[in-house]
Design a protein around this ligand. Structure first.
Ligand code: FAD
Length: 328
């Protein structure tokens, strides 16, 4: 019988992605209710030190595949090792973050282990002893609650920042099980020869503690430079509303909201953003929301902790000037 809740712990350059901690929090609740074990699966090279962190976030066990062939993500290598592990241990559930890597990996693994995949979930919860996944449909116009009565393992990708991660428990340890990668030349059709990093000192949108976002009220792409300047003063990431993305001012990777990225920073600064429900869906769980809008009736003010009514193009330069003064 399939048993065990598994979380794929995505890491990059020796840092575990926050979504892994969020999934461990969800996984812990499921495991406690079903009486199963919660295991994290960690791949990489020299990644052993990271296993302890996963224990502190709730994992009972960590399956660690430490191999130079897993140093960089390739679909072939990661999918083979994860699928082999699933076939050997038969977990009931496998949760993977809905990141660029996670989306690619989960689909391939689901095919290899001949199961289905609940993709792009915005929630995972137990209901009457059944594991239920919440998924947006029709471009986010509606949500379904879906469950998998038969296929095992149940596999799902879950969006980052939709679950609040419990804080780590210092000293809580997981049993670390080292597993062999068993990768031959025939398994590696892709070889990473060089990684060209986009040079940016800004944090990733999903991981940032501060996000500065712009909407149609920014009037044009040239004014996004102001947002970038403010972001650099604050060590923040830059986001945008769909209107700004659809206008071609910034790329889709900037979009915050139901059909974009969900963010949950400590501080979200919404500049010239109206506050449509689809935008709020992606940012309203932020700890502190500052809204700048010239319309005092804009719905963004209903979720804002602090509101500034005025022209964003006049307020932003002053804000940057003042903050630079504070930093000096
Ligand atoms: P607007 O609605 O045009 O608002 C601009 C705001 O700027 C106004 O409130 C205005 O008062 C203010 N303003 C104008 N000039 C100034 C100024 N000089 N100074 C200060 N304030 C000013 N939207 C998203 O953002 N993310 C999504 O993921 C998303 N998904 C969607 C999915 C579906 C299925 C649908 C139907 C829509 C989706 N949308 C999404 C679109 C959403 O409904 C809104 O159209 C969009 O968020 C509006 O963007 P905006 O607030 O920038 O623009």
């Amino acid at each position: 019988m399939a048993k065990g809740i598994w979380v794929f712990a995505e890491q990059y350059n020796g840092k575990i992605k926050n979504v892994a901690f969020e999934l461990l929090t969800a996984g812990r609740k499921i495991a406690d209710e079903t009486g199963e074990e919660l295991a994290a699966v960690l791949f990489g090279q020299d990644a052993e030190a990271l296993a302890d962190i996963l224990g502190e976030y709730g994992a009972d066990k960590v399956y660690l595949a430490d191999d130079d062939k897993l140093a960089q993500y390739t679909t072939d290598a990661y999918a083979k090792v994860l699928a082999d592990l699933i076939k050997e241990h038969c977990p009931s559930t496998v949760l993977i973050g809905c990141t660029v890597l996670g989306r690619d990996l989960a689909a391939r693994v689901a095919q290899k282990v001949e199961t289905g995949l609940m993709s792009d979930c915005t929630g995972v919860e137990m209901e009457d002893g059944q594991l239920v996944f919440i998924r947006p449909i029709y471009s986010g116009k509606a949500f379904v609650r879906a469950f998998c009565p038969e296929a095992r393992p149940v596999m799902a990708t879950v969006r980052p920042n939709v679950i609040t991660a419990d804080p780590p428990q210092a000293g809580r340890a997981a049993e670390v099980v080292k597993v062999a990668a068993n990768l031959g030349e025939q398994d590696l059709r892709q070889v990473i020869k060089e990684v060209l990093l986009q040079v940016s000192t800004r944090p990733e949108l999903t991981e940032a503690n501060i996000v500065v976002s712009g909407g149609r009220g920014m009037k044009g792409p040239e004014n996004f430079k102001m947002l970038e300047e403010l972001a650099d003063v604050l060590g923040a990431a830059v986001g945008a509303s769909r209107a700004a993305v659809d206008a071609g001012w910034v790329g889709h990777s900037y979009q915050v909201g139901q059909t974009g990225t969900t963010v949950r920073p400590k501080l979200y600064i919404a500049c010239g953003i109206h506050g449509a429900v689809q935008h709020l869906a992606g940012m309203q769980s932020s700890d502190i929301i500052v809204a700048i809008n010239k319309n005092p009736e804009a719905p963004i003010f209903k979720v804002a902790t602090y509101g500034l009514v005025g022209d964003v193009l006049e307020i932003l330069p002053e804000m940057i000037r003042q903050l630079k003064g504070v930093k000096v």
